[in-house]
Design a protein around this ligand. Sequence first.
Ligand SMILES: [Zn+2]
Ligand SMILES: [Zn+2]
Length: 252
Amino acid sequence: MDRKALFELLVSPPVFFTLLLVSRMVFFTTLEVIRPARPLAYRAVIRNDLVALAAYIYIVFPLAAHLNHLVQGQPSYPASVAALPVPLRVALYYVLADFGHYWVHRLTHTRFFWRVHKWHHSPTYMYWMGGVRATVPQQFLVNIPYILAYPLLDISPWWMFLGIAALSAIQNDWMHMNMTWRSVWLERIFVTPRYHHVHHSADPRHYGANMGNLFTVWDRLFGTHVDPDRVEPNFSFGLGTKENPVRLMLGV
Ligand SMILES: [Zn+2]
Ligand SMILES: [Zn+2]
């Protein structure tokens, strides 16, 4: 097989995402086993999480993307923005999309929309695969800021989409992984595992804390920031209530 054919094989979505998933599994599990934040019985949770992951890959994401496509167009940006260098446009894409993601996340924590996001908060443990639960309506809403920001990347190479999708999966693994350290410097800019773990706390004092997805600045600006250093470390995760699993998964 020549190099071009090999490249084309590696960037075909089924091969690319399968290799990516195996790499994520090996990489994050190794880190968690070396330095776990809390003890976790993987065997007790992995089956449900693999089902949730498969549901996300084969049902939730494609269905939500299809619904987004049906109801929503993409904005066009001024030519001066399209003329910016690629790294600047990529940075702008992440800032705008993450700002939108922050507000969509806040929306899903309001009384009416909470039902669409509850499933994500249902696990009573955290590890790299603990954050894969997303309902179709939640994914539909979360996709909106990314679709609105996506034209910023438009004239970039087509395979950039794969890179963006891979980073988004890796970032989700990272923020939920079962590993913590005192990451004060990093948290000035980025959401870290211990930072997002506070968001999953079952303690009512932490409800609505640390809503950021990639950047922590939105939490600081809009009053939802809780410093993980000021939180007692042994809080528990989950909803703290018994829920109907079908309604949780459907987000209704
Ligand atoms: Zn949340
Ligand atoms: Zn989460």
